[in-house]
Design a protein around this ligand. Structure first.
Ligand SMILES: NC(=O)c1ccc[n+]([C@@H]2O[C@H](COP(=O)([O-])OP(=O)(O)OC[C@H]3O[C@@H](n4cnc5c(N)ncnc54)[C@H](O)[C@@H]3O)[C@@H](O)[C@H]2O)c1
Length: 333
């Protein structure tokens, strides 16, 4: 298949490109480089020993998208492009709605114009909001608690309405839990601009000495060791989930919301200790007060994905920590 990856030079898309190309698919990356670097292309070419097609552009530019879809004879799209910083979305909600919701509409219109009706959408467990029960399954009510989460839910709903108005669309809405880790080569990985919002890149930057110490927000939750529990998923497992999603859409029409997680929870301190142990480094940390909006625990029930996508996560927390460190230590030292 010819597959367009919007947000193609970003963290999850670049790893997905590796999996898709290795599987024999043709991939076109489309990105405005708002949160990624053009050097990803060289790194991908090193891993794959192949030239990578890249278009620099904004998903709000429906004309350019349409031209790209046509010229590259695209069969399916994975829509990764989006802004993802929760705090920034609270400070600048219009920018987030415009980029994430407006960008999705612009893409869907371009697809419609070209008769392309297969899309995998990057959604998030954030759409569930504060968990009412655990593990989170796909029928858990959706109730985001910040603008970023709402942009994901709105885009999900737009795609759902589209599938009702035109049942010939095939749509997989993948709700990711907490993607971490990097490709085994250490050539690509997560490289957030500025101070990382997520735990693993933060830990990795403390390990390099770039940041002094990790702030652990609260150790008085009702969890195994008092710190928050999350469902960390290796980005390569997640990438393989996209391939499974595309395969599923080959012979399924309609709209499907699917959790991609491991079903296992790991606390902040457990992740930190695993990172220290596997990588033989010390991570100084301090316990500070709870952070507003943090749920004590959040983890997936992945059985729907296991069943309909015939996909399961394979990689351990240790491998997540090891690959993150390989990536971080090779590009920042
Ligand atoms: N990483 C996570 O923790 C996580 C969790 C759940 C969902 N997601 C979603 O998965 C997707 C990919 O996330 P990621 O972690 O790879 O983030 P990322 O920031 O590394 O990748 C997103 C890419 O989209 C690009 N982009 C943003 N707006 C664009 C626009 N208007 N036009 C063209 N390109 C644009 C950015 O430049 C970036 O390269 C996002 O939609 C994100 O919301 C991420």
């Amino acid at each position: 298949m010819n597959i367009l990856l919007t947000g193609g030079t970003g963290y999850i898309a670049s790893h997905t490109a590796v999996v898709l190309i290795k599987e024999g698919h043709k991939v076109v990356l489309f990105d405005n480089l708002a949160n990624s670097d053009i050097s990803v292309l060289d790194r991908l070419e090193k891993i794959l020993n192949k030239k990578i097609s890249f278009i620099e552009g904004d998903v709000l530019d429906s004309e350019l998208l349409s031209k790209t879809l046509k010229e590259h004879k695209i069969d399916a799209v994975i829509h990764f492009a989006g802004l993802k910083a929760v705090g920034e979305s609270v400070e600048n909600p219009l920018h987030y709605y415009e980029n994430n919701v407006g960008g999705s509409i612009s893409l869907i219109k371009a697809m419609q114009k070209n008769g392309i009706k297969k899309i995998v959408f990057s959604s998030s467990c954030t759409v569930y909001g504060e968990p009412q029960y655990l593990p989170l399954d796909e029928s858990h009510p959706t109730n985001p608690i910040n603008p970023y989460g709402f942009t994901k839910l709105f885009a999900e709903n737009i795609l759902h309405d589209l599938s009702i108005s035109d049942p010939t669309w095939s749509i997989a809405v993948l709700r990711y839990f907490n993607p971490v880790g990097a490709h085994e080569s250490g050539l690509i990985g997560e490289s957030p601009k500025g101070i990382p919002n997520n735990l693993m890149p933060f830990i990795a930057k403390v390990a390099t000495g770039e940041l002094k110490s990790l702030k652990v927000f609260g150790n008085d939750y009702k969890t195994r060791d008092g710190t928050c529990e999350r469902d960390y998923i290796h980005v390569m497992d997640l990438a393989e989930g996209h391939l499974a999603g595309l395969n599923f859409l080959e012979d399924h029409k309609g709209w499907y919301a699917i959790n991609l997680g491991t079903g296992q929870s790991t606390t902040v301190l457990e992740l930190l200790q695993a990172f220290e142990k596997i990588n033989h480094v010390k991570i100084p940390y301090e316990i500070v007060g709870r952070r507003k909006g943090d749920a004590p625990a959040c983890y997936a029930k992945p059985s729907y994905a296991n069943k309909i996508l015939d996909w399961k996560t394979k990689r351990s927390i240790e491998l997540m920590c090891e690959s993150s460190w390989k990536w971080e230590s090779s590009h920042s030292i």
